[in-house]
Design a protein around this ligand. Structure first.
Ligand code: CP
Length: 302
């Protein structure tokens, strides 16, 4: 059976923990490249990004190369997409050409719905509309586990455009599996309705002293038909500034999937604050994606 990596909901907590442990192994052995360079030798990873990306695309590329794979980066605007080729035909073409795995990002929440049973190579979700971003979820879990030594019982505030966030989508799936509590903050109009026992809503300022981590999210202007955003006023009401950081526990951490808008959802001086793990998350993206690529292309794992 082909092991597509499309949603954290398809995995048990044990499966996800195995991926986190493997990613942490790659983190711990990052100075021993000779031990891992053969793992994806002779494989070809195709990065197919219909939406822009910096972190996800290039961390998948670096992850694949560290494991010895070749990488091709498909650019829709310089491809036969411009002649009307569909997503399915594009991916089927890459499969025919000999790709070993396809890493796909697309604006459509449902892009994988009719694809997964039509391919003999693993498809990896690199962000599907507002649905899920499971590799980001895995790197977030890796970062939290490295910081706190556990996931169970962690309380995480998520503040910003949660309604349009596939990052929040994957985090909430993981929260249920690992017994974490998610507290949704920010504008009510950007929060999903939630009836889940492990998700609650709270005022940002009130909850800050109680949480282990604060995940800030940018406003996804590209997914809004109409939104009047006053950056200064948003920053005052919901931005993570130094005053708010001072209300957090001293060992609580600051997360953001990126890209971040300094001065809107997060203050300039908070991005690289002592409690920020934003760049650690990015670094962990490589290790998490190494574990995902290895697992997806190696049938003996998971
Ligand atoms: N976090 C994230 O998905 O970033 P990119 O859009 O740059 O890949």
């Amino acid at each position: 059976m082909i092991k597509h990596f499309l949603s954290l909901s398809s995995y048990s907590s044990q499966d996800i923990q195995a991926l986190i442990s493997r990613a942490n192994h790659f983190f711990l052995h990052q100075n021993k490249p000779d031990q891992i360079r053969h793992l994806l030798e002779h494989k070809i990873v195709a990065n197919v990004f219909y939406e822009p990306s910096t972190r996800t695309q290039f961390s998948f590329e670096i992850a694949a190369k560290k494991l010895g794979a070749d990488v091709i980066n498909f650019l829709p605007e310089h491809s036969s997409v411009k002649k009307g080729e569909t997503v399915y035909d594009t991916l089927k073409t890459l499969e025919s050409l000999g790709a070993s795995a396809i890493v796909l990002r697309h604006a459509d929440d449902h892009v994988f719905d009719h694809l997964n049973d039509r391919f003999n190579l693993p498809l990896i979700n690199a962000g599907a509309g507002k649905f899920e971003h499971p590799s980001q979820g895995l790197l977030d879990l890796l970062t939290l586990q490295q910081e706190f030594g556990k996931l169970e019982g962690l309380k995480i505030a998520v503040c910003g455009d949660i309604k349009h966030s596939r990052v929040a989508g994957s985090l909430m799936v993981a929260a249920e599996k690992f017994g974490m509590k998610i507290i949704l903050c920010g504008p009510e109009s950007l929060a999903p309705a939630s009836t889940k026992s492990y998700v609650q809503k709270a005022e940002f300022d009130e909850i800050l002293p109680e949480v282990d981590a604060v995940m800030m999210l940018r406003i996804q202007l590209e997914r809004h038909e109409y939104l009047e955003l006053n950056p200064a006023s948003y920053h005052t009401q919901f931005g993570l500034d130094l005053k708010r950081v001072q209300r957090m526990k001293k060992d609580a951490i600051i997360l953001h999937p990126g890209p971040f808008n300094r001065g809107i959802e997060i203050a300039e001086e908070v991005v690289e604050h002592r409690q920020s793990r934003i760049f650690k998350q990015m670094a962990n993206g490589v290790f998490a994606r190494m574990a995902i690529l290895e697992s997806a292309t190696n049938e003996s794992r998971l």
